[in-house]
Ligand binder design. Structure first.
Ligand SMILES: *[C@@H]1O[C@H](CO)[C@@H](O)[C@H](O)[C@H]1NC(C)=O
Length: 778
């Protein structure tokens, strides 16, 4: 009677499992042949939504023009591939496939994975049950027998789970047990998709443990209760009968106990009893349950067995063979806790196969924590896995909490993957959900958005607003990181930046030079000068002064350049950079970074020359320019092209304007024109031009003549959502004014408003007129 109830329950549950066993039932798309061009026209004739819309043998497949009915080529044959227990052989065999799908095998044979590749094999008929963890052969008698056996285990498990140890004979106790059994069955049957929030370890732990020995024994309790390694090792001496599972559990528990005392590992490994345990496990690895096996692998990694340990290798091998049968959560566990060790141990084969299985069965990921854990720990190891994980994240992003959102973003940032759909989705949830974000989450988010330079106004706003009240609690390195992240984002939030600058001043004693340098560079990037300007910069000079010469040359240039941008550079700093001994080491570099450094040197030279009349030298010799490598790659932007076109139209003759003018100040003007006192264009090439790298003419400028520089400001030239130029462009503009130019600014937001060529011409003429008028009004 009892067993009948259980059997009935088991069958019900089995049905439920089989109905949704996605691993067993191949997805529809797998049945469909690849889209081939010859089929395209045919395919477009009939469309379908599901297989039911298709007649005969045809299936609803994706084709060039949507879903349509096609004759499938890749129908899997009935049955399951037999498990091939390969022998341990350290040298891997040559991979060779003699088939790739079932259709290539004769008769009922299926294309199966063999030790060294795919071959045709006679299948086992029957069904695999995830719930019961067994393969149920088609023969009813065997099936029933196996089910009953499993039921017994489940029942025992249920009895174990029941809170109060009720005597099995009492009716109340029975009810409880059957209920618990029912719960175990249905919950595992219906909720592989339930969203677990606990840790993965916990989950693996919670999995019902079917041990091959009859009942939880004394030993199990002793293992559980042990608090010292010695207690566990003693178990070997007594006359407990230890099964391989026990030995594995002891090893797992040992590694847990020793995680707090790493110094004891060596003596443990040398202990004869430990070796005996390893041996016991190793002798019957195949009897160890999946969940225990994966935990055992992790524990052996953590115990740091000597390199090339035989036992470790066979556990790895066993895991490798079982990869196909392991549940996805076990694969996820391996991904989360073992990938780093696999790399360290050079277990490349295992790692590679694990990644393949994780990827192949990615649809089995049901939950946010799992996808995030795999992504953070294994995403960087496989591009194609990462693609799948991103898709899965998109699907599950709605369930993510702040910590998951953070991990996804930081992982993307670490891999520089600017996956826009995912970034958008994450941003949406960050903005929409009112969950509180902690300091660390906020800082990580800012870092990730900055690193990926993904500007999302509402997110940036939220980050800045939420961070503001937390500023007093930030450590100096957090301040530096935060300021840097916002600089990457080009997001200048004044209240936040003021608070950060104030905080730096308040904690001036604690801030280290590198952190202060980062703050300075970020401020210069956004052209931010705090209200406590003098205090802030005296702190900078005080700290930087004695240390500047000891920093890396390129960093020295960056820092002095930043001070030039913010108009706080000191003569000593200019001298340090412009001294021949210093810059000699920087010239002639070919990398893009070297070129940027060289540009900055020119800007510093220009600052000394244009903005510091009292500066007495040294300066960068003009000869340095000849060492300059060809210009950085210059992609012509639409604004640049249109501006030139319109201006050329206005000028009429080509000798009345210059375009793409490279100046000795390190800036390139979009265009330059020369106007006489009556605002008529002059042919500028015959006149002296000290700003040019290679001056052409020698005639002095006629009285009242004015040089005009056209500078276009593209969208990326501004801080986010503003009409404030970034520090670099502010410096360019200032230099051109100081060099005696009238500057005609052409910002993208004005230019985009102009529709016709006529409007554009009128706009430029108007701008020139205004520049001249302003000059005259001075
Ligand atoms: C640096 O400035 C000086 C002074 O104007 C100038 O003569 C020199 O050519 C500049 N150096 C470079 C490399 O442009």
């Amino acid at each position: 009677m009892r067993c009948l109830i259980i059997l009935a329950l088991a069958l019900l549950a089995l049905e439920a499992v089989l109905a949704q066993d996605s691993y067993l039932l191949l997805s529809e798309q797998a049945l469909c042949s690849d889209i081939s061009s010859s089929e395209e026209e045919m395919a477009c004739l009939k469309s379908c939504n599901t297989n039911e819309n298709c007649q005969g043998d045809t299936k609803c497949c994706l084709s060039a023009c949507g879903f349509s009915c096609k004759t499938p080529i890749n129908v899997p044959k009935a049955g399951r591939c037999p498990w091939v227990p390969a022998h341990i052989s350290p040298n891997s065999c040559e991979e060779k496939d003699s088939c790739s799908w079932d259709g290539e095998c004769t008769g009922v044979m299926k294309c199966c994975e063999d030790r060294c590749g795919m071959t045709c094999m006679t299948p086992i008929l029957g069904v695999w049950s995830h719930l019961l963890g067994v393969y149920i052969p088609a023969t009813p008698a065997i099936m029933a027998a196996r089910l009953v056996k499993r039921c017994t285990c489940l029942l025992r498990e249920a009895a174990h789970l029941a809170p109060a140890p009720a005597p099995a004979a009492s009716p109340v106790g029975w009810l409880r047990i059957t209920r618990a059994a029912h719960k175990t069955l249905t919950s595992s049957a219906t909720s592989p998709s339930s969203h677990f929030r606990g840790s993965l370890t916990e989950l693996v732990e919670k999995e019902p443990m079917f041990t091959p020995y009859p009942e939880p024994q004394e030993v199990d309790r002793l293992i559980e209760k042990a608090t010292r390694p010695e207690q566990l090792l003693e178990l070997l001496g007594r006359d407990h009968h230890l099964y391989p599972n026990h030995a594995a559990l002891i090893l797992i528990h040992l590694s847990r106990l020793l995680s707090k005392k790493p110094e004891d590992k060596t003596s443990l490994i040398q202990d004869a009893r430990f070796q005996q345990l390893l041996h016991l496990v190793n002798s019957q690895l195949s009897l160890i349950w999946h969940g225990t096996l994966v935990k055992l692998l992790r524990s052996l990694y953590k115990l740091a067995l000597p390199e090339g340990s035989k036992e470790l290798q066979s556990v790895e091998q066993e895991v490798r063979w079982r990869l196909r049968r392991l549940k996805y959560k076990h694969l996820a566990f391996l991904a989360e806790f073992c990938t780093a060790s696999m790399q360290e141990q050079h277990s490349q084969d295992l790692l590679a196969e694990l990644l393949v299985h994780l990827e192949r069965r990615w649809t089995e990921i049901e939950d946010g924590r799992m996808v995030v854990a795999i992504m953070t720990k294994a995403g960087h190891l496989s591009e194609s896995l990462m693609n799948r994980l991103e898709d899965k994240c998109l699907e599950l992003v709605e369930q993510f909490g702040p910590d998951e959102l953070r991990k996804v973003l930081v992982t993307l940032a670490a891999q520089s993957r600017r996956s826009v759909p995912l970034l958008r989705a994450v941003s949406y949830h960050l903005v929409q959900k009112p969950f509180p974000l902690t300091k660390h989450v906020l800082l990580d988010l800012a870092y990730a958005y900055g690193k990926l330079s993904f500007q999302q106004t509402q997110v940036s706003q939220r980050l800045a607003t939420d961070l503001l009240p937390l500023v007093p609690s930030l450590t100096p390195s957090e301040v530096a990181r935060c300021v840097k992240s916002f600089a990457f984002l080009k997001w200048l939030n004044l209240p936040l930046f003021e608070a950060l600058a104030q905080h730096v001043l308040n904690r001036a004693q604690d801030i280290a030079l590198p952190q202060l340098c980062n703050v300075l560079l970020a401020f210069a990037c956004l052209n931010f000068r705090p209200q406590q300007e003098d205090q802030f910069f005296s702190l900078v000079h005080e700290r930087l002064g004695p240390k500047l010469a000891g920093l890396k040359p390129a960093l020295q240039v960056d820092l002095v350049w930043a001070l030039c941008v913010l108009q706080h550079v000191q003569e000593a700093e200019l001298r340090a950079i412009l001294h021949p001994d210093f810059h000699a080491q920087l010239l002639g570099g070919k990398s893009q970074k070297d070129q940027i450094t060289f540009q900055k040197l020119l800007h510093i030279n220009a600052t000394a020359q244009l903005e510091r009349p009292e500066y007495t030298g040294p300066l960068l010799p003009a000869s340095a320019l000849s060492l300059r490598s060809p210009a950085l790659d210059t992609k012509v932007t639409p604004l640049q092209k249109e501006l030139q076109g319109t201006l050329k139209g206005l000028l009429g003759s080509t000798d009345q304007g210059s375009f793409e003018v490279a100046t000795q100040y390190g800036w390139v003007l979009d265009a330059e024109v020369l106007l006489d006192a009556d605002s008529q264009f002059l042919p500028l090439r015959s006149f002296v031009a000290p700003h040019l790298i290679q001056p052409a003419g020698d005639k002095p400028l006629p009285p009242g003549a004015k040089r005009l520089a056209f500078l276009r400001w593209e969208f990326p030239s501004f801080t986010s959502r503003s009409k404030d130029l970034l520090g670099r462009f502010v410096l360019a503009r200032r230099h051109m004014l100081a060099a005696g130019f009238l500057v005609v600014d052409v910002p993208y937001y004005e230019w985009l408003e102009l529709k016709s060529e006529w409007q554009k011409g009128a706009y430029l003429k108007d701008k020139m007129r205004k520049a001249v008028a302003e000059e005259l009004a001075k």
